[in-house]
Write a protein that binds this ligand. Structure first.
Ligand SMILES: [Zn+2]
Length: 397
């Protein structure tokens, strides 16, 4: 709640855009807390913050955990910041109990997770994981054409450490679920097994503009009527891949857009997601085939362009297992869950065994100023994080 005062909004949320003055204030406060917990703080070239607690064997790769401090413009008090402060709370608890770990621990704040000011999202973790080059990251611009490099300089967070190139034994991120499943089903902990993949397509259906009164039904090439059949076929494909598949047509334009002209052109978008790469690819094939058949039957032209593809992430079995064991040891009701949203942990999964811990949030609401979670659930997530970290750092719970 103290952190939530930085960038607090009238409606009870937070506005801490990446690398803004509010982000600087949040980082400064966090680093104060880290130093008070005897952590050694380093900052890399994209402003990622690493705070290290030494282990008995300093030469071992550290176990990492963390999340992000930036928020959406109308963001909440928990998205991201929970994972950062949960990590700090674990360190404070180990300090309070004078517990040493074999491997060092490193708690991390990743720069620009939200992507609200600078696209793409998850920029700091993506650069760390080698998905983006440093030059790409530093040259991203906000709407005022301010680059990431300039914003880092202006808030004093252009760090000296090279970005990436150091390894983690394992990495964990605690996060609110940002969906309704845990709350609805009465679970305290979600052991996240992966993050669904995403395909975005633009579809264009070409028919023929014609007079609505004088063109018989048999003579028409109605692009909108064809698109309507395609959209229901898309729904059917998603249902055929239940329970994990989702497909959404969220935007559609019929041209020329006149009451008494048969639409000759329709453009619409498709957002399709599935946690399994093969299933996602099969869905794409099925949708192409179904739409092509409908187009052929109706004498329409069809264009399908792929505009974005994000592969599904499968988290490490060893990390999912420690989250499960931690929750079982502590007696928290646990369910395995797939994340519908992207997280820094998705990029970390490419370079280290990675896992995530979800806790319920009220009404499943997130990216919203009313975002909320109970102290008991947040504490439970922290406790599971502690156990998971000790498990991988070869400490003694
Ligand atoms: Zn987040």
């Amino acid at each position: 709640m103290e952190m939530a005062r930085i960038g607090a909004t009238a409606a009870g949320g937070c506005r801490r855009l990446a690398l803004s003055d509010e982000d600087r204030a949040a980082r400064d406060l966090y680093i104060d807390w880290c130093r008070s917990a005897d952590l050694a703080v380093r900052i890399d070239h994209v402003g990622n913050i690493f705070a290290r607690r030494e282990g008995r064997s300093p030469s071992l790769d550290p176990v990492g955990c963390g999340s992000h401090l930036d928020t959406q413009p109308h963001g909440g008090r928990f998205d991201g910041v929970y994972g950062v402060l949960a990590a700090l709370e674990v360190v404070r608890t180990l300090n309070a109990h004078a517990t040493e770990t074999e491997a060092p621990l490193e708690i991390v704040v990743w720069t620009n997770e939200e992507g609200a000011r600078f696209a793409p999202s998850m920029l700091g973790s993506g650069t760390f994981a080698g998905v983006h080059t440093l030059d790409f990251a530093l040259t991203r611009r906000d709407r005022e054409a301010i680059t990431v490099a300039a914003a880092l300089e202006s808030i004093g967070y252009a760090g000296r450490e090279p970005c990436g190139g150091h390894r983690y034994r394992a990495f964990f991120e605690a996060h609110i679920e940002q969906g309704p499943i845990l709350e609805r089903e009465g679970f305290t902990i979600g052991a996240v097994t992966g993050v669904q993949g995403l395909d975005w397509y633009d579809l264009r259906v070409g028919g023929e503009d014609a007079h609505a009164g004088s063109t018989s039904m048999a003579a028409r090439h109605d692009a909108l009527a064809g698109a309507a059949r395609m959209i229901t076929a898309i729904e059917d494909v998603a249902r055929d891949h239940a329970p994990h598949a989702v497909a959404t047509v969220g935007d559609i334009h019929a041209l020329p857009g006149s009451r008494n002209t048969i639409p000759g052109t329709v453009e619409f978008t498709l957002d399709m997601r599935h946690p399994d790469a093969q299933a996602l690819s099969d869905m794409g094939d099925a949708i192409r085939a179904e739409c092509a058949t409908i187009a052929r039957q109706r004498g329409l032209e069809l264009g399908i362009d792929s505009v974005e593809h994000t592969a599904p992430v499968v988290f490490a079995a060893s990390c999912v297992a420690s989250v499960r064991t931690g929750a079982e040891t502590l007696g928290y009701p646990l369910r395995e869950i797939i994340s519908g949203a992207g997280h820094d942990a998705c990029h970390l999964a490419g370079v280290a065994p990675t896992g995530m811990i979800f806790v319920p949030c009220a009404g499943g609401l997130s990216h919203n100023e009313a975002e909320s979670a109970t102290p008991a659930d947040l504490a439970a997530g922290c406790n599971v994080l502690l156990h998971a970290l000790l498990d991988h750092a070869a400490g003694t719970p």
